[in-house]
Design a protein around this ligand. Sequence first.
Ligand code: PAF
Length: 282
Amino acid sequence: MRVARSIDDLRPLVGRCVLVPTMGALHDGHVALVRRGVELADRRGLPGGCVVSVFVNPTQFDDPSDLDRYPRTLEADQAACATAGAAAVFAPGVDEVYPDGAESALIDPPPPGVGKGLEDEHRPGHFAGVCTVLSRLFELIRPIAAVFGEKDWQQLVVTRALVDRDGLGVEIIGEPTVREADGLAMSSRNRFIPDGRREAALSISRALRAAGAEQDPPSAERAMRDVLIGGGVDSIDYAVVRDARTLGPVTPDPLVERRALITARVGPVRLLDNAAWIPTPA
Ligand code: PAF
């Protein structure tokens, strides 16, 4: 497996690969994305295979201390990518991605209409940073397709809108969330859940399951809050049911896919999770 620090090192794969963009600290959820990328590249006969970018993107952090403590585990990440069959890890420095400075590279995220009141409101500037780095990575690597985890559902929706708006010509693929045996969605931040608070963190996936037992969105939202509060999370940013494609309010059309989305804090960790909202008949 190739390890590329600059786009020149990656040149033979550029324009003929599938990209899995990550910020490193890879866990089994990322490995599932890489395996999907490898399989897709194989199936499409792409000679560049699957490229995994590992870049802790400074423009998407609203809190500098969050950026500082973001785990950096490049050696282990390389080993995981090699085992999963990746053709290359692209681990550029900040200057490679933003040669004219990170601030001057910033682009606008696609306008709301693509969901409001979720991460866009709770992490202002976050999606500008995500869209900026993805535009740069797509411009440098020119992948045929890119694979993203469904755990960051709004990121997936925003990325699709970005590609449409800017005509980036990259197919965006979503891969289902990988969970621990007890139901916790895998995340690089799980390692910061304080000892003794796992039960509170688990109330997030329990709340998503409870939502499915309700027959209408307001009841589902109430049920999620009840489970989260009962489970002892420290605060809830949102626990909502939305149109899965636009992230706007749910319409009465039962054929439109819906998604239940939660973000809650447990100690210092902000945990996100979501699931299809498909009410089970009473
Ligand atoms: O989901 C992530 O890890 C990041 O937001 C991404 C897509 C790699 C952009 O930095």
